[in-house]
Structures are given as C-alpha cells and as structure tokens.
Design a protein around this ligand. Structure first.
Ligand SMILES: C[S@@+](CC[C@H](N)C(=O)[O-])C[C@H]1O[C@@H](n2cnc3c(N)ncnc32)[C@H](O)[C@@H]1O
Ligand code: SF4
Length: 388
C-alpha cells in the first residue's frame, strides 16, 4: 500500500510533432534540425535528478508523457526516463504510465517497444473518424490509420483511450451522432470528446476572425454536448470530467489527481508543476522554448522559468477551479484542510454561489460542491464568477 502523503504524479513534456495542426496552441513544434536524442536523454535525466533532490523520497502514482507527440520519442528514451525516475522514487505495477500518441504509421511502429518499456496506457489522438474533418483539422492521418492504430494498441496496452474533437463548422446533430456511434463501437474503457476551441495565435484564430471558419451556433453546440453525454452514458462511458468519459474505475488516474489538487512534478520544456516543499506549495514552470530549455539544461543553468510560492488562498482557488471540472465535485473539508484555510468565503463569492444554486447550476450537498448537468455547458462562466 503506497503512502498517500508521499504520492506524486509526474508529467513529462515532449515538444515535437511531425506537423503543427492549425488549431493547436500547445507547446508543440516541428524541428528543422535533426533531434539529438542523446542530448534530450541527458537533459531529462538532469532535470529529474534536480527535482528528486528537492522533493525527497516519493511514491509515483502516475506518469504522463504529453506533448507535442511523445509517441515519436524513441521507446528507449521513454524507458530511460522511467528508469531514471525509479532510481530514487518508487514505481510499482500500479503506477499508471500514459503516452499520448498520434495514429500515423511512424508511431504505430513504436507501440510494441513502448509497452515493453513499461507504458501501460495509450491515449490516441483520433480527433475524428471522418476524413473530410481530418483534412479540415490539418491532420496527417486518415480514419483508416486510426482504426489500424487502435487495433494494434489494444493488443499491446492494458488500457487505451482516444480523443475526438466536435463542434466543427457545418457539423450537425445527425452527423455527430453517426460519428460518435461509430466511435462507441470501437471504444474501450475511455474516451475524450473536446469541443473545438479557437485558440489565439493559431491559424484557425485568423481564419475565424476573417469569417473563413464559421462555428456552429451556441444552440447547436449545446445540442452536440448533450448528444455526447447521452450516447456515451448509454454505452456505460460515464462523464467524469467536462470532456472525459470512462467505464467505472477506468478514469485517467493522472488527470483526476491533478484536477483534485495532488502534488505533481513537471519535467521538460514548458512543463508546469505544483509541488510541496516544507509544507508550502510552489507553482513551477519550465522554459517553454525547447532550444532554451535544452541548452540551459546541458550547461547546468536553471530550466525554471518560474518557481513561485502560492499561498493557501491561491491554492484553494486553483483546486476549486480544476476540481469543479469533475462530475463528482470537490469535498469542501478536503479543500480547506489541504489548503490550510478555515472558511470557503475566503476564496468563493458566496452571493454568486447562492445564485448558481438557485439556478440549478451548482449543487452543494453533504459538504460536496459540484456542477450540475445543467451547469456543465457553462462551466467556465460559473467558475469565473465563483472565484473571488
Ligand atoms: C496536445 S494534444 C496531444 C496529442 C497528440 N499530439 C494529437 O494531436 O493527437 C491533446 C489533445 O488536445 C485536443 N486539442 C488540442 N487542441 C485543441 C483545440 N483547439 N480544441 C479542442 N481540442 C484540442 C486534441 O483532442 C488532442 O488529442
Ligand atoms: S494537436 Fe497534437 S499533433 Fe497537432 S500540433 Fe498539437 S500536439 Fe502536435
């Protein structure tokens, strides 16, 4: 039995992709030069050593390789990172180890070796099962590639999930329903369904402003969200977070722990962390530029762009913000004790809380605060008005 106090989650960021998708504002890049994997290996090792010396002995509950496209990392690099982590921290067979993967053939070739290196969960970026939508999203794979990748992934990994994006221009309730039904036929224990977000600074942002991309109306989007909930729910894929659905006990341990406010350490360019040192919370943020992160690291200069202590009120607000994404909501007492605060009115606007309760958007029962089904489609607006 792992000691809960000493449990940590680890996020590892790999910043490279084969192609930059026009809607994506993640810290992901295409590399013009050949990537020197030996340098990257040394850099990840250095950063892990620094974090481990700072944090002391820990039990690792989950590791998440995110990106970018971490399935493009050579499997022996992933293995080496896991091995380095396990030198000072405990990794057991219960440690959830996830890698995000694109369904292109380049990556599928790596699946067998990834599984052999200890990865036990794969999250595939399907985005759509419709080739026209994939073209619109600028993806370099087809629906057929996704099916092939899934077939191989299911053979290699204990747990497999895939991501879909909906709310595309001209998508109707009927076309989404048909696509989602095909997805359910293929799915296993977990699926993520994200509504397309137009992110500032992306090519989609420019096209949207120029009215060359017209999104479905709010009413259609709300309907698509309801259809997603209903169809997935009927298939026993229960919503556990605003965009994530899973069979019972098959939720992403890593993401749930972060939303619940547990400690996690971020390794790699742009990685965020929330760590506890001498009973104080710190927000860490590594340099986002892969070049700066790598060269600083290899010259033994700091890779920390930010390392700020966060006081108990700020931490309570952060945990409220992420905890309300979960359908199970958050326990007020846990929130207060984890953040050393005495009363929720220190970080919650009580007037607005009462208003949202009356409108049926928030539920507060037995000291658990949660968003209702009616509230989820307007989650961000609720959170903005709830936090002081
Ligand atoms: C950072 S990506 C990494 C996964 C992998 N590189 C891929 O693209 O398949 C994680 C997921 O975020 C989602 N995503 C990224 N940008 C988005 C956007 N603008 N709107 C909605 N979902 C988005 C996609 O579903 C994607 O699978
Ligand atoms: S969506 Fe995935 S593959 Fe596309 S640029 Fe972003 S991280 Fe890379």
């Amino acid at each position: 039995m792992l000691d809960k106090i000493k449990e940590i989650s680890v996020y590892i960021h790999w910043p490279y992709c084969l192609k930059k998708c026009p809607y994506c504002d993640f810290n992901s890049h295409t590399s013009k030069q050949e990537i020197n994997y030996k340098d990257w290996e040394s850099a990840y090792k250095n950063e892990i050593n620094i974090e481990q010396n700072n944090l002391g002995i820990k039990n690792v509950r989950s590791i998440f390789f995110g990106g970018g496209t971490p399935s493009l990392m050579p499997p022996n690099l992933i293995e080496s990172i896991i091995r380095t982590l396990s030198k000072k921290w405990n990794i057991t067979k219960n440690t959830e180890i996830t890698v995000e993967a694109n369904p292109s053939s380049v990556e599928v070739k790596n699946f067998k070796n990834l599984a052999a290196s200890g990865v036990n969960r794969l999250s595939l970026g399907f985005q759509s099962l419709n080739d026209n939508s994939l073209k619109f999203l600028g993806r370099n794979h087809t629906a057929k590639d996704s099916l092939k990748a899934l077939e191989i992934a299911k053979k290699q990994f204990q747990r497999v999930s895939f991501d879909l994006i909906y709310g595309l221009p001209s998508q109707t309730a009927l076309s989404w329903e048909l696509e989602l039904k095909s997805a359910i036929e293929l799915s296993g224990e977990h699926m993520s369904a994200y509504q397309l977000t137009i992110e500032k600074g992306t090519p989609f942002y420019t096209l949207h402003r120029a009215k060359k991309i017209i999104l479905p109306s709010e009413t259609v989007l709300l309907n698509l969200y309801r259809i997603t909930d209903e169809l997935l729910n009927n298939a026993k894929l229960k919503k556990y977070e605003v965009s994530n659905y899973a069979f019972k006990n098959s939720e992403s341990i890593h993401n749930v722990r972060i939303w619940e406010g547990f400690e996690y350490c971020g390794i790699g360019p742009g990685a965020h962390g929330r760590i506890k040192v001498n009973n104080k919370w710190f927000a860490t943020h590594k340099y986002s530029s892969p070049k700066i992160w790598l060269s600083n690291n290899l010259q033994n200069k700091t890779t920390l762009y930010k390392n700020e202590e966060i006081n108990s009120i700020e931490r309570a607000q952060e945990v409220l913000l992420t905890g309300l994404r979960l359908t199970k909501g958050i326990k007020i007492n846990t929130l207060l004790s984890n953040t050393n605060t005495n009363n929720i009115d220190a970080f919650i606007n009580i007037n607005n809380l009462e208003k949202f309760k009356k409108l049926g958007l928030i539920d507060m029962n037995n000291s658990v605060l949660k968003i209702t089904n009616k509230g989820f489609p307007v989650l961000n607006a609720i959170i903005n008005k709830l936090i002081l």
